[in-house]
Ligand binder design. Structure first.
Ligand code: ZN
Length: 241
């Protein structure tokens, strides 16, 4: 995925498909296949694939464009495959989150308003279970009071070749010491965010996703991202200079 693309506007078709993808995933806990998108929008195969490409440029989806069925891998903040974070709603498994970071934004999506979302995850170093409960974007409780989100892929490499490696690099740690232990085991230095810093990081998305039909495309601009994360008080030196 190219970085630093010029800004653009989503087409009406992209906005329509995006709305359907969010509605479908929130209702069912998984994404739709081509047939379901066709039935909901009337678009044919070629138009759906073109639209997915447009949405991918604006950081809304990740799909396998080598597959005959345009398989959806992610519709952020959700993942089609088992990720490091399970989302539980009403005490039942709902879906896999895209990553530890964007999991903190899911409870802000309109269908989950007022509901308690339990994020069931684990410390990436020792695989001990770790639970974070959120409502309306706010932290309610965490089984690890000093939980950190460890981000060991530098934003300078985000989007290469898509956002999957970025999401994969964002993991919960029981605390900063477990973060250091993870680094010792994997050789991957990372920035460490608190839940509050993560909430601030995802706020721009959480405030708009599903709330604003015309929400503008996201931009993969490493310089801007590093500056923004540093402004939240996160030590970004592990990401390099
Ligand atoms: Zn650990």
């Amino acid at each position: 995925m190219p970085q630093n693309l010029p800004s653009f506007e989503f087409s009406d078709r992209a906005k329509q498909v995006r709305s359907f993808l969010y509605d479908h995933w929130c209702e069912h806990g998984h994404g739709p296949n081509l047939r379901a998108v066709h039935e909901a929008t009337g678009l044919d195969r070629r138009r759906i694939v073109e639209t997915y490409k447009e949405l991918e440029r604006g950081l809304i989806v990740v799909f396998d464009d080598t597959s005959a069925n345009a398989n959806l891998l992610k519709v952020q903040p959700f993942s089609s495959y088992p990720s490091q974070v399970e989302v539980h709603v009403d005490d039942r498994f709902h879906s896999f989150a895209g990553c530890a970071m964007e999991a903190t934004a899911i409870s802000r999506m309109p269908p989950f308003e007022g509901k308690e979302l339990r994020l069931e995850s684990y410390c990436a170093c020792c695989l001990e279970p770790l639970t974070v409960v959120m409502t309306n974007g706010d932290l309610v409780t965490s089984s690890a009071p000093n939980v950190r989100i460890h981000v060991d892929l530098s934003p300078w490499n985000w989007g290469n070749p898509n956002i999957e490696p970025m999401c994969d690099s964002m993991n919960y740690m029981i605390d900063a010491d477990h973060g250091a232990a993870y680094e010792g085991r994997t050789g991957r230095l990372g920035a460490r965010c608190t839940i509050d810093q993560a909430r601030a990081f995802v706020a721009g998305t959480a405030d708009n996703r599903m709330w604003d039909h015309d929400w503008a495309p996201g931009q993969m601009n490493p310089r801007m991202i590093v500056r923004f994360v540093a402004s939240l008080g996160v030590d970004v030196t592990p990401w390099g200079s």
